[in-house]
Design a binder for this molecule. Structure first.
Ligand SMILES: [Fe+2]
Length: 157
């Protein structure tokens, strides 16, 4: 943790040294604006996803799916710009610990879905829930593979 703080501090000193104070402040301002936009995109995504669940009209569904795909793309672009500004001190970097957390979250949602299956008698709901569980199992395998990739690349450094 302290090492991270040092890294951020060093990065900041380095940036001020290279950029000058005004440019450094401008960069910080940009970062904060990007962060607000990032949060706005996330809340739009959540809202569209909620709407999509109850939407019957196919054309309107397709439109909302386009909004979601674009929103996801925007989140990725903005997030990449933020990481660039954060530089080596990025707290959003991929770590084995972060991946382990994601794996346990995926496992938790899988368990929750199993409980949902037990609570419903509707065969269609049961089968939809089962297909989501299959996806979650796949997500867990993907994350485990990512974790192996991170470990093998960090052991080479
Ligand atoms: Fe998942």
């Amino acid at each position: 943790m302290n090492r991270n703080l040092d890294k951020i501090r060093n990065n900041k000193d380095y940036d001020i040294g290279i950029l000058g104070l005004e440019d450094f402040k401008r960069k910080q301002k940009l970062y904060n604006l990007l962060k607000s936009q990032y949060e706005a995109e996330l809340s739009e995504l959540t809202h569209y996803m909620e709407l999509l669940g109850s939407m019957q009209n196919n054309l309107i569904r397709t439109y909302f799916q386009t909004l979601l795909t674009d929103g996801l793309k925007h989140v990725q672009y903005i997030s990449a710009m933020m990481s660039n500004i954060e530089g080596g001190s990025s707290s959003r970097a991929l770590t084995s610990k972060g991946i382990a957390k994601s794996i346990s979250e995926e496992k938790e949602s899988r368990d929750l879905l199993y409980s949902c299956i037990e609570m419903t008698d509707d065969p269609e709901s049961k089968s939809v829930l089962r297909s989501i569980i299959v996806d979650e199992d796949h997500h867990i395998k993907i994350l485990e593979h990512i974790s192996e990739l991170i470990e093998s690349s960090s052991s080479k450094q």
